[in-house]
Design a protein around this ligand. Structure first.
Ligand SMILES: Cc1cc2nc3c(=O)[nH]c(=O)nc-3n(C[C@H](O)[C@H](O)[C@H](O)COP(=O)(O)OP(=O)(O)OC[C@H]3O[C@@H](n4cnc5c(N)ncnc54)[C@H](O)[C@@H]3O)c2cc1C
Length: 378
């Protein structure tokens, strides 16, 4: 006899684990299905750290969601007695008229956020070891920092299980059928039925949810840890996260957590992946050279010695903004996808939004700008 659940969550990564936790807390009979193990390194939610910030240069409309996200990460920390967020500040460096500085200033102004504008001299006094290009403006965001990404996913998983969610790992979903008032989801061993479905399948969304009809591009991204023993780069010495808009691309990174390495990555650039399950996880000189070039100029105390790397996946929507909605022809199916390489910081609030959409078909959180109808021409 097939088992019945109120809601199935497909994919227990960043957003899916959060959705499971929010749904389970509401007393819903929730089944989460995940193709890999808990907090695995095959999707988009791994690699130690994720930046979280409020002065959102991508669009000011994200700020109310971010405020709620901060609150929810804090609540999760308390509920699970763990440390998820580290307030380390964030330094943004770019041309005064570039998208990063202009966008961050706009978000800060519209939402009355605390930021500081610094000169290159201020930076060299306060953060020796960071070199700012002559023509750059600099913003420091004091309330920004980073999340311990795997710990966050684990905390949501534990929270969901503590509230009665049934989570099955190493259980790939092979197919799903959306009926007018229900869904069926088939794994290798079983078919599950539920009244509602939440799809949080990250890079695998397009292949599973053909009804979506919005093109999503999966891109291979490299995270690289370079050797450094420079004390000023350590998080405990006050080193902030950093994000540089340069002619060569957008580069970012984190303070050293271990006193031996710094994680650096490139946000810009798209390397499309046809099958997220078959992405090349080896690293080549082409992957590393842009990062070494960036570090040589901006962080001269970082060496070019690569200590380790990880391959991660961006899932890009056509406009690089998230898609968070119910399906137009199937309002009992909710989705969060196309997080476009900047979504982890929102996982906590997106879990809440998805729980609202799945249980009430509406939410009070301001997500209209992330709805599917903006792609009606696609
Ligand atoms: C290198 C890199 C750096 C980033 N930096 C930042 C940052 O600093 N700040 C920030 O906010 N964001 C950042 N992001 C973006 C952020 O990490 C992602 O937007 C977010 O993690 C996506 O979460 P998700 O739940 O959509 O995907 P995932 O966490 O990948 O979850 C999807 C899950 O669905 C599962 N799944 C898929 N198909 C099936 C199936 N058929 N059956 C069962 N399970 C299935 C997958 O295995 C996976 O666990 C970064 C991303 C990358 C790759």
């Amino acid at each position: 006899m097939p088992q019945a659940f109120d809601i199935i969550v497909l994919g227990i990564g960043g957003c899916g684990s959060a959705a499971c936790a929010h749904l389970a807390r509401r007393g819903v009979r929730v089944l989460g299905l995940e193709q890999f193990g808990p907090a695995h390194d095959r999707g988009s939610s791994h690699g130690e750290t994720r930046i979280i910030r409020l002065a959102y240069f991508e669009h000011p409309d994200y700020v109310p969601l971010l405020r709620r996200s901060y609150q929810l990460w804090d609540e999760l920390e308390k509920s699970r007695s763990t440390h998820l967020f580290r307030k380390s500040q964030l330094l943004l460096s770019g041309p005064a008229e570039g998208e990063t500085i202009r966008g961050a200033l706009r978000a800060a102004l519209e939402h009355e956020l605390t930021i500081e504008q610094l000169t290159a001299d201020d930076v060299s006094r306060r953060f020796p070891g960071i070199i700012i290009p002559e023509d750059h403006a600099v913003i420091l965001e004091p309330d920004a920092g980073f999340l311990h990404v795997e710990r966050c996913v684990d905390a949501h998983i534990t929270e969901a299980q503590a509230h009665g969610a049934e989570l099955r790992f190493n259980t790939p979903v092979r197919s799903l059928v959306i009926e007018p008032n229900s869904v069926s989801v088939t794994t290798d061993d079983e078919t599950f039925h539920a009244a509602r479905l939440v799809v949080t399948a990250g890079a695998w969304t397009a292949s599973l949810l053909t009804a979506l009809q919005v093109p999503l591009v999966v891109s291979r991204k490299v995270l690289a840890w370079f050797s450094t023993h420079e004390p000023t780069y350590h998080v405990d010495a006050g080193m902030p996260c950093y994000f540089f808009e340069l002619p060569e691309g957008l580069f970012y990174g984190f303070p050293s957590l271990d006193g031996q390495s710094m994680k650096i990555a490139q946000h810009s650039g798209v390397e499309p992946v046809a099958d997220p399950s078959a992405v090349n996880r080896d690293i080549s000189p082409d992957d590393i050279l842009p990062l070494v070039g960036f570090a040589r100029h901006a962080l001269p105390g970082v060496s070019s010695t690569l200590l380790k790397h990880s391959i991660c996946l961006y899932t890009l929507s056509p406009d690089h903004h998230f898609i968070v909605d119910t399906l137009p022809d199937a309002p009992h199916v909710s989705i969060a996808c196309g997080l476009s390489g900047h979504g982890f910081k929102f996982a906590s609030v997106l879990g809440e939004v998805l729980a609202d959409l799945a249980t009430e078909q509406r939410t009070d959180l301001p997500i209209e700008f992330l709805s599917l109808n903006r792609f009606s021409h696609c």
